[in-house]
Design a protein around this ligand. Structure first.
Ligand code: ADP
Length: 899
């Protein structure tokens, strides 16, 4: 039951009010049945329920419940609950404009907090007080309390309160304090995101957009207004009312476009803004009409009852009888008229809804067409530069004048460029199919040898991946038919490459090819993870990739199956899939064939390396740099790094870079990495892992590593793509772990690894000093981790303040300076000064990566550096790139992520 209450609490924090109401309602039902609703636990549940009603704008219900909670908690001396109930009541009164009552409740709460030392309630009180002062009191006091809330909330892990204080500070600070307001907004967005609270996110995005507008940075203002609308729509989808925000965001966009001189767009946006607001107004009016209608109906019913009573009284009266008849006829007429009106209204509403849906469908179709046109155009533009990469590199390779390492690097370039060429070709093919410009090139083909030849291409891949692969071609050798060989091959290869991509080692892949009369059919069955039923209807859609929870992310483009679908359609055939999560998938394809006599062009086989290149299936293209960890570990003192990456080319490239300084072991996905970690004689010194991989992705790997005693302390570097949300990597710890955004360069990778390994060796020594008996205590226990997280949070919040000195920190964390030093060294390998620097630099980096528009000077001072040169130097030492490099190469991630 405690757990359930905690669940309700987290629903409240992320504004999932309905869920909170249901959970608390259920809990109270159980408690009442057991006669336990008056216990301290019962009262806590009632408080949670009241808070849920308050958040759901059901004020009078919330007020009733709160009064009860207050009374009961006072009777039982549960002051924590009492104080909290007073604070929620203060909020309720504040909302309805009862200034004095609100203030009274605030004072009651404050008295509880002071008398019973309820420090954990203080941040919430500070927020309420700040809000009260903002509306009814004076701004200075409001500002003071908002700062108080921000100072104290992190100590009690009150993320929501921390987020609200950032929001309040943005509103309370002078409009001209742009930088400070911006900092609060960014911090606020981060916290609201963490909480999954899109109401908060959209408000913060709106504020950021406004600040950029004030700074006359219209491009960024526009990007953030996009984010505002996305977040507001999400909030609406979650059941919150955020239409108003959308309305005024469109109006702000209108102003931005006007400044940019794009008057057409300005007009469209302003109009849109007004139409959203008008719709809201209309909704308000129609709600009122419904309300009046309902009242009228009630009155009418009441009148009818009164009249019936009157009629009863006149029962024995002749006159009465005719009055009754008259009244009934009147009632019937009124009833019929009301019914007719209601029906007409409903019909009108339905028509309006249909028009809206039709408009939306057309809009979506247009958007879809625009999207694929855009992809096709971009892809087209990529073809020339790609040819200019592939050609010259191949010429260089033919010259045979390079060292082994250089040749390998050039081969990597050539292979990657060809892969890109193929993706481009796929996109263009898809476009051609879409506009009906793809012809069929049928030629007489000996079907049996055609299928055998292509299916055999996958044998060695199967061997290498340890997959039981079998193919059964049930066709007569002499059977000849007209076939578009290239398209048929592509369908086959796409299905097989997916099967190989998703099926783990020891799994099975079976292909069967048959003919039924004039129909050729084949099926590809695998024992991979299967496809979630919700995803199943969409797998043949263009650019679709499964996203169901619990599925690992495998990367890819979502084009392969769409092409299979389009090709089979073109050949008048069918394609379908059956799949059960956990059991595997079977793809069935069939199409009609016309039998012919003679084959005119012989078949040309493809080579296996080509299969690998074409479909980007993980396969060793020779792993010269990776060795056997257990065999070499004792003789080789070089640190051992495990590289987890599914793309064979990238894996090889990383090996090549690292092999001069490190012993490298490789794994093609998270699951293989875990096997290798478990079987290694000595633990790896560092793990470098990609995020998107089939079978087990980087997030799952990270989580498993961090929860295992033997692997918890191993430093990890994650490779992320720009568009991947960095906040999902919250398990990374400062000084211990890191992430690297693709594309990265050699220096960057080497510097990051060297830094973490250095910290790691200092940590090891500290543990030895601390722990002379040498028991095998892990470097980072759960308690340590909690402490480190609290410390990190405190430092982050106070980054720009002067509270971050070693004496002040040791006082705040109630330990001597030398204990603090040792604690940090043991946990992160860093001294307090280095640790602070690490957080400052990381914060600067995340601002840069998020496309925050600031000069390096401002950035340095924002993260607490007085001297910009020393900031740049430390930055370069830490990340292998100077802040300027980030500034010029990082596109605006924010707008990319949220669009
Ligand atoms: P891509 O593999 O490039 O993402 P596809 O169009 O080939 O694109 O596949 C679409 C999605 O269907 C994949 O992202 C994957 O989630 C799912 N899928 C396809 N084949 C399989 C399979 N054999 N087993 C499990 N999932 C599959």
């Amino acid at each position: 039951m405690e757990q359930e209450l905690a669940r309700a609490g987290s629903c409240l924090v992320s504004f999932k009010n309905d869920s909170a109401i249901v959970i608390t309602g259920n809990l109270l039902g159980v408690l009442k049945a057991r006669g336990q609703s008056g216990t301290p636990f019962g009262i806590r549940v009632q408080l949670a329920e009241a808070e849920a009603f308050e958040q759901d704008q059901r004020s009078s219900l919330a007020m009733q419940k709160l009064l009860l909670v207050k009374q009961r908690s006072q009777g039982k001396h549960l002051w924590n609950i009492h104080a909290r109930a007073c604070l929620v009541m203060a909020l309720l009164y504040e909302k309805v404009g009862r200034k004095e009552s609100s203030r009274e409740q605030l004072e009651l709460a404050k008295a509880d907090i002071d008398r019973y030392k309820l420090d954990a309630q203080y941040p919430y009180f500070a927020i309420r007080r700040s809000s009260w002062e903002r509306i009814y009191g004076d701004k200075k006091t409001a500002l003071f309390f908002a700062r108080e809330a921000l100072r104290t909330a992190p100590t009690y892990h009150l993320l929501l309160e921390e987020a609200i204080s950032h929001m309040l500070l943005n509103r309370l600070l002078p409009a001209s304090a742009l930088n400070e307001r911006m900092q609060h907004c960014i911090a606020g967005v981060g916290l609201y995101r963490q909480l999954g609270d899109y109401v908060g996110c959209s408000s913060m995005f709106y504020a950021i957009s406004q600040i950029y507008y004030q700074r006359k940075n219209f491009r960024q203002a526009l990007a953030y207004s996009d984010s505002t609308i996305v977040a507001a729509n999400q909030a609406i989808a979650d059941g919150n009312e955020k239409e108003k925000t959308i309305g005024y965001t469109y109006r702000l966009r209108g102003k931005i476009y006007e400044q940019l001189g794009l008057l057409d767009s300005a007009l469209v946006n302003v109009e849109k803004g007004y139409s959203v607001e008008l719709a809201l107004l209309e909704k308000g009016v129609s709600d009122k009409v419904i309300e009046i209608d309902a009242r009228y109906q009630n009155k009418y019913k009441q009148k009818l009852i009164e009249e019936q009573e009157l009629a009863l009284r006149l029962k024995n009266n002749q006159l009465g009888f005719s009055v009754i008849i008259g009244l009934l006829i009147l009632a019937l007429a009124v009833g019929l008229y009301a019914g007719f009106r209601r029906q007409r209204k409903a019909r009108q509403k339905l028509v309006a809804q249909n028009i809206l849906i039709q408009n939306q469908a057309t809009q979506l179709e247009n958007l879809d067409a625009a999207k694929s046109r855009f992809f096709a155009n971009v892809s087209h533009e990529l073809r020339t530069p790609l040819t200019l990469i592939v050609g010259p590199v191949n010429t260089l390779l033919k010259g045979n004048q390079f060292s082994e390492k250089q040749t390998l690097l050039l081969k990597t370039v050539s292979r990657s460029a060809r892969q890109l060429e193929l993706t481009v070709k796929d996109i263009l093919d898809l476009r051609k199919l879409e506009v009906g410009k793809m012809p069929l090139n049928k030629e007489p083909t000996a079907l049996e040898s055609f299928f055998r030849l292509h299916l055999d291409q996958f044998q060695s891949l199967a061997q290498w991946k340890q997959i039981h692969y079998s193919s059964d071609v049930q066709l007569a050798p002499e059977l000849m038919a007209d076939l578009d060989r290239e398209k048929c091959r592509q369908v086959l290869y796409n299905l097989l490459s997916n099967a190989f991509k998703f099926t783990p080692a020891i799994g099975k892949i079976e292909v069967t090819v048959k003919r039924h009369g004039n129909r050729l059919s084949f099926q590809v069955a695998d024992t991979g993870p299967g496809i979630h039923p919700d995803d199943l209807p969409h797998v043949f859609d263009r650019f679709f990739q499964a996203s169901q929870n619990g599925r690992s992310s495998a990367g890819g483009t979502g084009i392969g199956l769409a092409i299979c679908y389009e090709y089979t359609q073109l050949m008048n055939g069918d394609i379908r899939v059956e799949s059960k999560p956990g059991e595997g998938s079977v793809f069935y394809v069939s199409w009609p064939i016309t039998l012919t006599e003679k084959e005119n062009t012989p078949l040309t086989p493809l080579h296996i390396p080509e299969v690998v290149e074409l479909y980007d299936i993980a396969m060793p293209v020779g792993q010269p740099m990776s060795g056997n960890a257990s065999a070499e570990a004792t003789s080789n003192p070089r640190p051992t790094i495990l590289v987890v990456e599914d793309n064979a080319g990238l894996r090889e490239y990383i090996c090549l870079i690292l092999s001069d300084n490190y012993q490298v072991i490789t794994a093609e996905n998270g699951a293989v990495a875990l096997q290798k970690t478990a079987s290694a004689h000595t633990p790896f010194d560092l793990i470098l892992s990609d995020l998107m991989m089939p079978v087990m992705d980087g997030y799952q790997l990270l989580e498993t590593l961090k929860s295992g005693d033997a692997t918890r302390h191993t430093p990890v570097i994650m490779l992320t793509a720009r568009a991947e949300p960095a906040d999902r990597l919250h398990a990374l710890r400062i000084g211990v772990d890191d992430y690297l955004t693709k594309p990265f360069d050699e220096d960057e990778l080497l510097v990051r690894i060297a830094n973490l390994l250095k910290n790691q060796s200092v940590r090891r020594q500290e543990v030895l000093v601390d722990n002379k008996e040498g028991d095998a205590r892990p470097l980072l226990s759960e308690t340590d981790q909690e402490w480190l997280e609290a410390f990190e949070r405190y430092v982050r919040v106070n980054l720009a303040s002067d509270l971050l000195t070693v004496p002040a920190l040791s006082e705040t964390f109630a330990m001597s300076e030398s204990t603090l030093l040792r604690q940090l060294k043991r946990l992160t390998g860093l001294s307090p000064v280095q640790y602070l620097q690490e957080i400052r630099l990381n914060h600067a980096r995340s601002l840069l990566e998020n496309g925050t528009d600031v000069s390096i000077n401002m950035l340095a001072s924002q993260v607490g550096y007085k001297d910009v040169r020393s900031f740049s130097r430390s930055f370069k030492n830490r990340f292998g790139k100077s802040p300027g490099d980030f500034l010029y190469t990082t596109p605006n991630l924010q707008s990319k992520n949220t669009k």
